[in-house]
Design a protein around this ligand. Structure first.
Ligand code: SAM
Length: 482
C-alpha cells in the first residue's frame, strides 16, 4: 500500500487516500472541539512584523477540522480571519480576467463536460488565427488585459503548436489602446517539453483543475481518453514546474465528489508543491459543476449548497494565505459578492464560454462549456465591484517584472503591496475608465481612485502614480507599472 509522503513524485503518495481518510476521521472527531478549533483559527491569523505581515497557513489536517466544524460562532470567526488575511495580502483589489475558448474538439470522455467526445449534439469548432484575432479585438474593446485560454484535449485538432500559435496571435494584437498582457493557459496535462514551450511563449499561470482527487471516482468520471490516467493528470503540475513554469493554478470541480475529501486533497497538493518546489500554487480556482448541453449537474453525488461553498472558500483562504483565489461566472452575483469578502482575489467578467462567443452580438449557447450565471457586462461588473469597495485591477505587472513563484510570494509577505500592487491597480483601472468605461462607471471610478491614491504609504510612489494617472487621462501613454 502507498505511504503518505508530500515530497514524493508519485501521485498516490502525495495525494494519499489513507492519509485523506485519516484526516477526515480526525476532523470528524474534533469538529466540536472548541479549544482545538480556536487554536487552529489563531494559528491562521495574520501576524504583523516590522516589515509587513506574515501568515503561517494551516496543514491539511488543521484546515479539515475547520471545514468540519459546525459551531456557528466558530464559523463566523473563520470568516472573520479569512477577511483579515484577504485584506492583509491582497487589500481591496480584485484582479479581472476573461476566458477565451479556442476549441471544443476533445477526445476525452469526461462525464460532466459537454465537450466529451460522444456528444454529437454540439457543433465542433476551432478558431482560426484570424478568428482568434477577432475575438481578441472584441476582448480588448471590452477592456480586458488578462486572458485564460481554454481548449479541449485533442492531439490532432489542438496540438501544442496550435496553442502556441494562438498565444503568439493574442500577444500580437494591439487594437486602439488595447493589448493582452498576460495569457494564462488551461489545457490538458502534457509533457515537460510542451510545458517548456508554453513557458517560452510567455504564458502567465498554467491552470489545470484536478476535477476530483478521489481516484476511484476520477477513473469513473473520466472513462475514456488520455485524461483517464489519474497519475499523469495529478503529477502534471510537477512536470509544468520542471518545464520552468513557476506559477501554477490548482482547482477542484466541486459538486462531483465528497467536498471534504476534495478539500483535504487540494490542500495536500498545495503542500506537495511547496515541499518539492519550494513554492505553493499561484492560484486556486473553486468552480462548481454546472448545467450544460447534455450535462445534468444533479446526477453527481457531491452537490454543495452556497453556505458550504462559502465555508470551503474561507477555509482555503486560512490554509494557503498567499495563494490567489479565482471565482468564475459559473457563480451568481450574490454568491460572488460573498466570496469576495472571504478571500477571492480574481474574478472573470463579461465572459462567454463558447468558442467564438465574443464576436457574436447575442450570447451563443450551442458551443457553451457551461451555463454562465453572472451574465453582466464587464462595465457592470467593474462598477459593481467599486460600489462594494473593491478596486478592479487590470494589472499584469508581476510576471512581466519577473515577480513569479517565490518572488511573488516574498512581495506578498514584505508589506510592499500597498506601494506596488495598489498603485498598479489604480493606474490600470484608470486605463480602463478612460478607454472603455461608461460615463456612470467613470464617475464612480475616478472618485475611488482619488481616495485610494491617498492610501499609498510612500510619498514618492504616490506622486509618481498620480502623475502617471494624469498622463493616462491626457495622452495615449499606457502600461505604466511599478
Ligand atoms: N481540457 C482541459 C482539461 O482537460 O483540463 C481544460 C479545459 S476545460 C475547457 C476547463 C474546465 O472546465 C475543466 O477542467 C472542468 O473543471 C470545467 N468544466 C467542465 N465541464 C463543466 C461543467 N459542466 N460545469 C462547470 N465546469 C465545467
Amino acid at each position: 500500500m502507498a505511504i503518505y509522503n508530500p515530497k514524493s513524485s508519485k501521485a498516490e503518495e502525495f495525494i494519499n487516500d489513507e492519509e485523506i481518510r485519516e484526516t477526515l476521521a480526525y476532523a470528524e472527531a474534533n469538529k466540536n472541539n472548541a479549544e482545538l478549533i480556536d487554536a487552529i483559527i489563531e494559528k491562521a491569523r495574520p501576524v504583523k512584523t516590522e516589515t509587513g505581515c506574515v501568515c503561517r497557513g494551516l496543514t491539511h489536517r488543521e484546515a479539515s477540522v475547520l471545514l468540519a466544524c459546525e459551531i456557528p460562532e466558530k464559523i463566523e470567526k473563520i470568516y472573520e480571519v479569512a477577511e483579515e488575511i484577504k485584506l492583509a495580502f491582497y487589500g481591496n483589489r480584485i484582479v479581472i480576467f476573461a476566458p477565451l475558448y479556442l476549441s471544443n474538439y476533445c477526445v476525452n470522455g469526461c462525464l460532466y463536460c459537454p465537450y466529451h467526445m460522444k456528444n454529437k449534439t454540439i457543433p465542433r469548432k476551432k478558431l482560426t488565427q484570424e478568428e482568434v484575432k477577432a475575438e481578441v479585438i472584441a476582448l480588448q474593446d471590452m477592456g480586458h488585459k488578462r486572458l485564460a485560454i481554454e481548449a479541449g484535449e485533442d492531439p490532432v485538432n489542438n496540438p501544442i503548436e496550435y496553442i502556441l500559435d494562438c498565444i503568439k496571435t493574442i500577444y500580437s494584437v494591439h487594437h486602439k489602446n488595447g493589448d493582452i498582457r498576460r495569457v494564462n493557459v488551461n489545457i490538458a496535462a502534457t509533457t515537460v517539453e510542451n510545458y517548456r514551450k508554453l513557458k517560452e511563449a510567455g504564458i502567465g499561470t498554467y491552470i489545470l483543475f484536478q476535477e476530483t482527487y478521489h481516484k476511484e471516482s476520477y477513473l469513473k468520471l473520466h472513462p475514456t481518453g488520455p485524461k483517464h490516467d489519474y497519475d499523469y493528470h495529478t503529477e502534471a503540475m510537477d512536470r509544468a514546474m520542471e518545464g520552468g513554469i513557476d506559477d501554477v493554478g490548482l482547482g477542484v470541480l466541486f459538486g462531483l465528489e465528497m467536498y471534504k475529501y476534495e478539500f483535504a486533497g487540494l490542500i495536500m497538493h498545495a503542500e506537495h508543491l511547496e515541499a518539492v518546489h519550494g513554492v505553493g500554487p499561484h492560484t486556486i480556482s473553486v468552480p462548481r459543476v454546472k448545467r450544460a448541453d447534455d450535462i445534468d449537474p444533479d446526477v453527481f453525488d457531491g452537490g454543495i449548497d452556497d453556505e458550504t461553498f462559502e465555508k470551503i472558500t474561507a477555509c482555503i483562504r486560512l490554509a494557503v494565505p498567499y495563494t490567489g483565489m479565482i471565482i468564475s461566472t459559473r457563480e451568481t452575483e450574490a454568491v460572488r459578492s460573498k466570496l469576495l469578502r472571504l478571500g477571492v482575489s480574481q474574478v472573470s467578467g463579461g465572459s462567454r464560454t463558447s468558442v467564438g462567443g465574443y464576436t457574436q452580438e447575442e450570447r451563443p449557447h450551442d458551443t457553451e462549456q457551461f451555463d454562465v450565471s453572472d451574465q453582466r457586462t464587464l462595465d457592470e461588473v467593474v462598477k459593481w465591484l467599486m460600489e462594494n469597495g473593491h478596486i478592479p485591477s487590470f494589472c499584469t505587472a508581476c510576471y512581466r517584472e519577473g515577480r513569479t513563484g517565490d518572488r511573488f510570494m516574498s512581495l506578498c509577505k514584505s508589506g510592499q503591496i500597498l506601494n506596488c500592487c495598489h498603485p498598479n491597480a489604480l493606474m490600470t483601472l484608470t486605463e480602463y475608465l478612460v478607454d472603455y468605461a461608461s460615463e456612470e462607471t467613470k464617475k464612480v471610478g475616478f472618485k475611488m481612485i482619488e481616495e485610494e491614491l491617498n492610501r499609498i504609504p510612500k510619498e514618492k510612489v504616490r506622486e509618481i502614480a498620480r502623475q502617471n494617472i494624469e498622463d493616462i487621462k491626457n495622452s495615449n501613454r499606457r502600461d505604466f507599472r511599478f
